[in-house]
Design a protein around this ligand. Structure first.
Ligand SMILES: Cc1ncc(COP(=O)(O)O)c(C=O)c1O
Length: 379
């Protein structure tokens, strides 16, 4: 049956959408272009494919069972992750990407603004050290909670607890606090000690979003097992080359996991995603080689760009934030795109002088460097 689009327009249904939803600004994901030959260094995907055994296991699962609902609690995957993190399955929650885990955390812990008074505003507050993953405010606002950005220090450093206290902006009792660690978009890493100091001072639930942690020098997963109000979010998307499958998870106290289980959709993690993530955990050695390769390439790119006059920030992720010389960053974005290299530029005032470059294969990075040299020569 043909749908008449215009009839939707005339129906007045748009006016019936909740005012909160009408006012929302959707998250803007990086472009997924279909242009042949374009080198895609804009969305922090892993340049290397999943392990051959993961592809094989996923293919082998494409059979009559597609008819059936998947395991509703991702129990086998939960058990494997629990073993890996030295905890029980009751400490692991799996989501359709870590995006979904973050959304459920907000659903479980933050009140909508309509349910609070000025004196209980903290119960509706979702705060985050900014700049960070720009989905956080979108998720908070979708829920009707209060999204509150508190700035990181000028060089994207984590403010210490006394600095946060003096600033008076950070709410130590907020319903939910989020820290992207290592930080995106800057790539800056934070030590376990400084994160623990913040967690200790925080009374409300605090989420350490470790989406990029496999490319970092250390991690803080144990804090989620040490403190009941600390949650560590992870993803199979970046380091484990499974963006397409949408699997993320968090490590948390059993009471947090039980709350998330109450607010989640019944079959929130698709079956093929569960299969692929389980197989991934059986082949960690393959992935560890990949992390080392990405880190080597990252450091080479950092050296080479610095040599070409770029101001490159240190990174513990699979991307670099770098300020190009001469032209404004947006112009560089366009010039590089003309040369079939796609990187990311954000219009945010805090970072608009930078480009964010995902670490690709060595060949892709060589192509990027050739393009950079050509743009510099053209002036
Ligand atoms: C900091 C951070 N956290 C979480 C995510 C979400 O990852 P996913 O939903 O693919 O697991 C991303 C994706 O870009 C991210 O950058």
């Amino acid at each position: 049956m043909k749908t008449k689009r215009s009839s939707v327009k005339k129906s007045g249904v748009a006016a019936r959408v909740r005012p909160l939803v009408q006012a929302l600004h959707a998250y803007v994901p990086g472009e997924q272009p279909k242009i042949r030959g374009l080198i895609k260094l804009n969305t922090n995907e892993n340049p290397y494919p999943p392990a051959p055994a993961v592809l094989k296991a996923t293919r082998a699962a494409v059979d009559g069972r597609l008819r059936l609902y998947p395991n509703p609690t991702s129990s086998a995957l939960r058990a494997k992750l629990a073993k890996m993190h030295g905890c029980g399955p009751e400490n692991i929650f799996i989501g359709n990407g870590s995006d979904e885990v973050l959304a459920y955390l907000i659903r479980a812990f933050a009140e909508p603004l309509s349910a609070v008074t000025p004196t209980t505003l903290g119960k509706a507050t979702v705060q985050y050290l900014w700049p960070c993953y720009s989905l956080y405010p979108v998720l908070a606002e979708t829920h009707g909670a209060r999204a509150k950005a508190v700035p990181l220090l000028a060089d994207f450093a984590l403010p210490t607890v006394p600095v946060l206290k003096r600033g008076g902006e950070w709410d130590f009792d907020a319903a939910l606090s989020l820290v992207t660690t290592p930080n995106a978009p800057s790539g800056r890493g934070y030590s376990r000690e400084e994160l623990e100091a913040l967690c200790k001072a925080q009374k409300g639930v605090i989420v350490l979003d470790e989406a990029y942690v496999d490319f970092a020098e250390g991690h803080s997963a144990d804090l989620a097992l040490k403190y009941p109000h600390v949650v560590v979010a992870r993803t199979f998307s970046k380091a484990y080359s499974l963006c397409f499958q949408r699997v993320g998870y968090c490590i948390a106290h059993a009471d947090v996991v039980a709350a998330l289980d109450r607010v989640r959709d019944s079959y929130n993690v698709n079956g093929l995603g569960q299969v692929a993530a389980e197989a991934t955990l059986d082949h960690l050695a393959y992935y560890r080689k990949g992390f080392a390769r990405v880190i080597r390439t990252r450091e080479r790119l950092r050296r080479e760009l610095s040599g070409l006059g770029w101001k490159v920030l240190p990174s513990q992720t699979n991307f670099l934030l770098a300020e190009p010389p001469g032209l404004p960053a947006k112009a560089w974005l366009e010039r590089l795109r003309e040369k079939k290299i796609l990187v990311r530029w954000f219009s945010l005032p805090e970072i608009q002088q930078y480009l964010r470059i995902t670490i690709g294969t060595d060949a892709e990075i060589d192509a990027l460097l050739r393009a950079v040299r050509a743009v510099s020569r053209a002036g």
